[in-house]
Design a protein around this ligand. Structure first.
Ligand code: ADP
Ligand code: MG
Length: 287
């Protein structure tokens, strides 16, 4: 079993009136299966309302299945005994960094998690330093979080989670509120956590260009997994992605349109560099 396993998961939000009668049911997760290996970098894509946050909250025992089972590091999230273990194993980072930072000073904020876990003071400081270094924020350790940009704050939130030494980190649209520079900084930090620290990463996003570094991509639609595969497999399905209301990156779209127009460009172009190389090859073949 992988670090995270989701079997036949169904989740319904139930709305009730004042008397407790059921007014309506939204099936936010509609039969999902996942098996994520330790060390994987997995992305979950999907337009608004497709069920991404509801899924994320199941991986951290914030929500529990209506039907089916979720295991984190082999532990069933419905077993109350494991709740703190599970929350420590699978740390969560949310969209808005302002709601996640509570300390007056960066290093103090990052230390809260391990302090609450009862880690010894000397080790707390070691963890704070190493976590801030891992996200490239060590030089800001004495700053007030108010003085930081959105991308910097979000990296401090990530440091706060990794100071608890999770095996897995789940980021629910961590870049949604950031400018392009902040987005790049956060994605770079997330990649380093996976490459260097070997932390399992589950990145939830609706920006397609953020998923190109992942090992696997799952695309959600109406509470189901509509597509899954490597980034290249996913990016090859331009028409399907448009149906799923995702914004296909410009280079991928351009390559696809050239191909439709009869220029033999390969499918699943992910980056500008790949586009340039493939286009050069087409030109060379033509002359
Ligand atoms: P995403 O994160 O992909 O935008 P969500 O998981 O937030 O999707 O939402 C999935 C579906 O569940 C949507 O139809 C949404 O309206 C509904 N939903 C989300 N949260 C609640 C809630 N607290 N109560 C009722 N319905 C909800
Ligand atoms: Mg969401």
């Amino acid at each position: 079993m992988g670090i995270i396993k989701v079997k036949d998961l169904i989740f319904e939000y139930i709305r009730r009136d004042e008397e407790g009668n059921v007014e309506g049911i939204t099936t936010a997760i509609d039969d999902i299966n996942l098996d994520i290996e330790q060390g994987d970098f997995v992305s979950v894509l999907g337009h608004n309302g497709s069920g991404k946050s509801t899924l994320a909250k199941h991986l951290n025992a914030i929500l529990y299945p209506t039907e089916g089972t979720v295991w984190v590091d082999g532990k069933d999230t419905q077993n109350n005994e494991y709740i703190w273990d599970i929350r420590q194993t699978a740390g969560m980072v949310f969209q808005n960094p302002d709601n996640q930072i509570i300390g007056q000073v960066v290093e103090e904020d990052v230390g809260f998690g391990p302090e609450n876990m009862g880690v010894l003071t000397k080790e707390i400081w070691e963890r704070v330093d190493e976590s801030l270094k891992a996200v490239g924020m060590y030089e800001f350790r004495k700053y007030s979080p108010n003085k930081l940009s959105g991308g910097q704050k979000q990296r401090v939130s990530i440091a706060g989670v990794i100071a608890m030494h999770p095996k897995c980190i789940i980021l629910d649209e961590p870049t949604a509120m950031l400018d392009p520079k902040g987005r790049r900084e956060v994605i770079r930090a997330v990649r380093a956590l996976n490459d260097v620290e070997h932390i399992t990463v589950i990145l939830i996003t609706h920006y397609m260009d953020e998923v190109i570094y992942s090992d696997k991509v799952y695309v959600m639609d109406k509470g189901k997994i509509a597509l899954h595969g490597t980034p290249r497999e996913i990016f090859s399905k331009v028409e399907r992605l448009k149906e799923l209301r995702l914004d296909v990156p410009q280079v991928t779209l351009l390559a696809h349109e050239l191909k439709e127009a009869g220029i033999p460009m390969p499918d699943g172009i992910l980056t500008k560099e790949e586009f340039a190389a493939a286009f050069d090859e087409c030109v060379n073949r033509a002359i």
